[in-house]
Write a protein that binds this ligand. Structure first.
Ligand code: ZN
Length: 461
C-alpha cells in the first residue's frame, strides 16, 4: 500500500483517488473533520493517491494514513498507519490488522494502530507497533515531536479449557466415531432424531484434536481479524467451533460482500469444527457452494480488483434425521418412503459424499447420557488421536499403506454385494480402515478394521 500526496490548485478541498466513489466521499469527510480537530487547516488542494498494493484492509483503514500524508507531507519517515478516524479525531480499530501489519513489515519499521488493534498487531515480529488514541497523537509521533507509546508484547495466553468428553456417559458408538474422525482428519455425519446428544459430541470434538501450532493459531487469528471478530483481541489460541444457523446464505457460509469480502463460516471454522446441525434445513444452494471450499481447503472469492482467498481447512460435523419425523428406522415412524427420500434428497449428494464417517444414533435423551457411569475424559482420547496422527504422518512419508489378505477380500466382497456401490464409497471405507488401524497402532489394516469401517462408511439411506 502506498499513499502519495501532492499540493496543487487553490480550492481548500481534499482530493483522494484510488478508492471507490462512496468510500472516497466518506473518507474525505472523516479525514477533513478529524484534521480540523488538530487545527490542521487544508489551505491548498492536497491530492492523495491510494494504491492498495494488495493489502487486504477495508477502505476505512486508510483514514489515518491519508490524514498523516496530508498533515506531514511526503517527507515523513516510513511509517505505516492502520486506523479509521472518527469525525472528532479519535482512532478507531479496523479489521484485517494482523495480515496488513505482516505486509507492511516489508516496507516500514513502525506501524501506528488504534488501542483495540494493538494486541493483534503486536503478534507480528520485526516491526515496532505504536498506539495512538487520537489523530493529534499520531501527528506528534510522525513528525518526530513525541516518542510514541509502544504496544505491549504479551506472552502467549493458554487456550481456554475445552468441553470434556467426561461429561457424556455411555454412547460408545458416538464416542468411537468422533475419535476416528479426529484421528484421521475425516468429516463426520451423525444420523438420528432429536435427543441423541449430537450437539454435545460436536462441541467436544475440538477438545480431542491436537492443540493447534503457533502457525495455525496465526492462521485462525488472521481469518477472524478479516471478519472483524477480533477487535480488542490478540492471538486466538483455541481451535474454533462454528455452528451457523439454517438461514445462513451462501456468502455467509463461504464468504463474500463488497468492497472487501469477509470470510464465511467455513473459514471462521478453519483449523476447527464447522457444525451443520439438521442438514436438510439448510438451503440446497448454500450446501452446494460449500462443497468445493471443503474439498480444496480454500474459498476463492471473486471481486472487481481480482480474487481473494480464505482458508477453509475445517472438520465438517453434519447431523440429520433419516426422515421428517426423526424416528426412522424406529417403529413409531409413520413417514412414507417417498417422504423419506424427499427429505434426505434435500442434502446435495456431493456434500453427503464428503462424510467419511457416518454413525446412526438412537435417541437416548440427555438425561440418560448424564446418568451412566463415568467414561474416558478428552485428554485420554486426545492422546490416542495424537499417536494415530503421528503414525499417519510416518505412513505418508514411507508410503507403507498395507492391507492384509482377508481385509482385501472383505472389501472386495462389500463392493460386489453393493454395500459399497461406488468407487467413492470404497475409497472412503479404505481411508477410515487405515485410521482405525493407526488408532490401534497396527501397521497392517486387518479385516476387523475394514469391517468397522464398512459399518461407518456405508450409505445410510
Ligand atoms: Zn419418520
Amino acid at each position: 500500500m502506498h499513499i502519495h500526496v501532492s499540493q496543487s490548485g487553490r480550492l481548500p478541498t481534499l482530493r483522494i483517488t484510488g478508492l471507490a466513489v462512496a468510500a472516497e466521499r466518506e473518507t474525505r469527510v472523516r479525514v477533513t473533520s478529524a484534521l480540523a480537530t488538530c487545527r490542521h487547516e487544508i489551505n491548498a488542494t492536497p491530492h492523495v493517491t491510494c494504491d492498495g498494493g494488495g493489502v487486504t484492509i477495508d477502505g476505512t483503514g486508510l483514514d489515518l494514513a491519508i490524514a498523516l500524508a496530508v498533515a506531514c507531507g511526503d517527507t515523513r519517515p516510513a511509517i505505516g498507519a492502520l486506523a479509521e478516524l472518527s469525525l472528532n479525531g479519535d482512532l478507531r480499530p479496523v479489521r484485517g490488522v494482523l495480515a496488513a501489519v505482516e505486509e507492511l513489515r516489508e516496507h516500514v519499521r513502525v506501524v501506528i494502530v488504534a488501542p483495540e488493534n494493538a494486541a493483534e498487531a503486536a503478534l507480528v515480529d520485526g516491526v515496532r507497533i505504536v498506539i495512538a488514541h487520537r489523530l493529534s497523537d499520531a501527528i506528534e509521533f510522525a513528525s518526530g515531536r513525541a516518542s510514541g507509546e509502544d504496544a505491549p508484547r504479551r506472552p502467549q495466553p493458554p487456550a481456554p479449557p475445552a468441553l470434556d468428553l467426561r461429561d457424556i456417559k455411555g454412547a460408545a458408538a458416538a464416542r468411537r466415531a468422533i475419535e476416528i474422525t479426529a484421528a484421521g482428519g475425516h468429516h463426520v455425519l451423525f444420523l438420528g432424531g432429536p435427543g441423541a446428544g449430537k450437539t454435545m459430541f460436536a462441541r467436544r470434538l475440538p477438545g480431542i484434536l491436537p492443540a493447534p501450532t503457533h502457525a495455525e493459531q496465526l492462521e485462525v487469528t488472521r481469518v477472524h481479524s478479516a471478519a472483524g471478530l477480533n477487535i480488542g483481541g490478540g492471538l486466538i489460541a483455541a481451535r474454533p467451533f462454528r455452528a451457523p444457523h439454517h438461514s445462513t446464505t451462501p456468502p455467509g457460509l463461504i464468504g463474500g460482500g463488497a468492497p472487501l469480502p469477509r470470510p464465511g463460516e467455513a473459514s471462521l471454522a478453519h483449523r476447527g469444527v464447522l457444525f451443520l446441525d439438521d442438514l436438510p434445513e439448510f438451503s440446497r444452494a448454500a450446501l452446494e457452494v460449500l462443497c468445493e471450499p471443503i474439498e480444496t481447503g480454500e474459498a476463492v472469492l471473486a471481486r472487481a480488483s481480482g480474487t481473494l482467498r480464505f482458508p477453509t481447512r475445517c472438520t465438517l460435523f453434519g447431523t440429520m434425521a433419516a426422515c421428517p419425523c426423526g424416528r426412522f428406522p424406529g417403529p413409531q415412524c409413520r413417514c412414507a418412503a417417498t417422504d423419506r427420500a424427499r427429505y434426505t434428497g434435500r442434502v446435495h449428494p456431493r456434500l453427503l459424499g464428503l462424510f467419511d464417517v457416518r454413525v446412526s444414533l438412537p435417541p437416548v435423551g440427555v438425561a440418560t447420557l448424564e446418568s451412566q457411569p463415568a467414561d474416558e475424559d478428552s485428554a485420554t482420547v486426545a492422546e490416542r488421536v495424537a499417536n494415530a496422527r503421528a503414525i499417519a504422518v510416518r505412513e505418508r512419508a514411507t508410503d507403507s499403506d498395507v492391507m492384509s489378505g482377508p481385509a482385501r477380500s472383505l472389501l472386495a466382497r462389500a463392493v460386489e454385494s453393493s454395500l459399497l456401490p461406488s468407487r467413492q464409497a470404497r475409497d472412503r471405507v479404505a481411508r477410515v480402515a487405515r485410521t482405525i488401524a493407526n488408532l490401534a497402532q497396527q501397521r497392517i489394516v486387518s479385516d476387523a478394521h475394514v469391517a468397522e469401517a464398512i459399518d461407518l462408511g456405508s450409505d445410510p439411506f
